[in-house]
Structure formats: C-alpha cells, structure tokens
Design a protein around this ligand. Sequence first.
Ligand code: ADP
Length: 400
Amino acid sequence: MREAVLSINAGSSSIKFALFGLGTDDALEAISAGKIEGIGSSPHFIARDAAGRVLAERRWEDPSLGHEAFLDDLLSWTDTGAGSCRLVGIGHRVVHGGVEFGSPELLTKQVIEALAKLVPLAPLHQPHNLAAIIAAKMARPGVLQVACFDTAFHQTQPPVATRFAIPQAFFQAGIRRYGFHGLSYEYVANTLEQLDPKMAGGRVVAAHLGNGASLCAMAGGRSIDTTMGFTALDGLMMGTRCGAIDPGVILYLQQQKGMSSEEVEHLLYERSGLLGVSGLSGDMRELQASEQASACEAVELFVYRVAREAGALVSSLGGLDGLVFTAGIGENSPTIRALICRRLAWLGLEIDAEANEEGAPTISTAASRITVRVIPTDEERLIAMRTLDLVRQNQELRVA
Ligand code: ADP
C-alpha cells in the first residue's frame, strides 16, 4: 500500500484537504485535493485529482453534521477511494501558535491543551482547527499528527517589529504583533530559494493577495516584518476585512453609535474591505468585471493600500531587491499586479507588459532594478512537507 500524507485546513464552514503520495526519496506527489464546504448549511464534498478531474463528490442533507462526521468520511475515502493509501502523517493548519510555537509540532495531548489556551487570540479560527485535530486524532489514533502554524514563520521578526506602542504589561500579556499567512510565505521563500538563490538571499517583499491579504518583508528568506499584526484583520484591505483602521473609529462606533462589540466585529471582518467599499462583492474578479464606479473605487483603494504598505516594508528592509506576487489575486490578475507595480515605479521597478499578461514566472524587464516574480503558493504542500519531516524524525528516534 502506498504511503501518503494528508494536509487539512479546517475553517468554520469548510475543510480543505490535499493528499500526497510518497515517491522516491519521499518526494510528495499530489494525489488529490478538495474540500468539504457548507458545513452547518448544505455540506458538499468534492475531491479532484492532480489534473483537476473530479474523483469523488457527495452532498448531505443534514445541516447538523459537524467536523467529526466529515473528517471520518474524508479519512475513509483516503483509505479506499483515493487509491488505497496508508496515511503515515496528518498535517493540520493551525492559525495561532502564540509565542510558544515557532516550528511545526507533533500533536500530543499537551500540545493540544496549549493550543486550546490560545483560542482567545484567534476565536474565529482556532476552535475550528482544534475541532478538526481532535476529530482526526479520534478517527486515526495511530497516525502521527502535526500542527503547522500560520504565525511561526514570523518569529524571526526583530522585537521592534512585534510591539504596539502601549504599556509593557500588555506586551507581556501577549498583546503584540504576530503576523499570519506564514505557511504561504514559507512556501514562497523555499520556492524562491530554488528558483533564484540570489533574489532569495536579498531583500524581498512577498504579497499574498487572496481573500485574506498581507505583505511580508523577507531578508535572506526570513520574515522581518509583516502587515498583519495581533489578528488577521490588520494591514491591507481584504475581500471583506477592513485592514488597518484608526482604533479611534472602533471607539467611536461603540461609544457614539451604540454598536456592540459583536456588531463591530461583524462590520470589520465580514462587511468591509472590497465588499464594503464596492457595496457589490468581496471578490476581485467580480469587481474587475463590473463597470460601476464603486467597484473601481474599491479596486483603487486595494491597490493604493498594497503599494503604501509595501513602501513601509521597503523601509523596514532598508531597500528592495525583489517583489513576489502570490495567492488568488496575486497569481491571476495581471491588471492588479500592473497597477501595484506602477505605484512602486519610484523604486526603479519596471514590468514587462507581455510577461505580466501571461503570468510568467518573472514579470520585470531586464532593466528593472527590482526583480518581480509570480510564485503560485501551495500551503497544503508545505504542511505535508513539514509533517513528513516530523514523521521521519520520529521514526528515526524510535529506531534509535
Ligand atoms: P483564499 O484567501 O480564500 O485562499 P484565494 O487565494 O483563492 O483566496 O483568492 C481569492 C481571490 O482571488 C478572489 O478575490 C478572486 O476573485 C481572486 N481571483 C482569482 N482569480 C482571479 C482573476 N483571474 N482575476 C482577478 N482576481 C482573481
């Protein structure tokens, strides 16, 4: 039976997964990927092979089914439906590792308890990550399971980049800048190291522009600053999240407009960003297809905010050698890349219109002082790689 590793990324209403078979020298070969969507309403499971062909699809009528039921189903499917694999490891995306976890961890009882203590730092995400971990541990107690953290990549930030200008006691209590999207940035940093070691060794801004969006300043492949902070609400404008906002606005909404903290939360996470400004959609593709003035305004603000924050990160880096675009918008929208690059032309950055239109791996001209690349991210593969590392280390320890 072929050995395999499963990556799981569990959210409130969805579970994304990717299954990798182990080839020669433990090379990860994509077998299938997919998701269960609509948990809590009308659940739908779909799995595709590496070429995008549908391997399995299923719908359920019961909205009360939870993460446990779906994970059980998914794991049974990996045993049989996906080509009779034997799972040697399950890797879980975990949004918050706090200050404690700077690298992937085997999910022992103690680690799970420590992760549960971090729920107040990420109440919208961490409980769902934990629900999936607990369900997968119950369903496959014999398989090693690993937590891979979205925050961990940013642990190399210098102390000054982690502070808010509030009294020390708050910092000691964990109110500091953590940063997120770390699995995506680690994948980008690794890929860049293989593609272009010179650029990877220099000063790079990576732009993860998806529904969630952030920038990361990397020096020699390590994070030294990032736009998301205490939560994934900070920094850039996103699909439905506001990004950085004067904290006085929140006080005003609560104190003068009588909004509850739940209402403010809903406003800032769900009704803002591209959706809030356009009044139409939080989906960049839809906004680019629209001719309404408010759609253009939302796109303009998105671009402005990316360029402005990128300028700040160039300052953190003390200069810039390379820029990388990744995630849904960064990988697929030549228009947005061109608009951002135009605003950053003062850095000596120039893009090749044709290469940009094609989404070529390098989209800057030969004369550009900054190399601009497009690198498709693959957080699931990174999770599988890190999971397999820990599985093999554990096996070696047992033999020794
Ligand atoms: P998530 O953060 O949920 O993983 P993605 O990385 O898939 O999101 O990014 C989703 C965003 O990418 C959406 O705003 C979508 O409209 C945008 N996107 C995908 N393809 C294109 C495209 N061809 N042009 C513009 N935007 C695109």
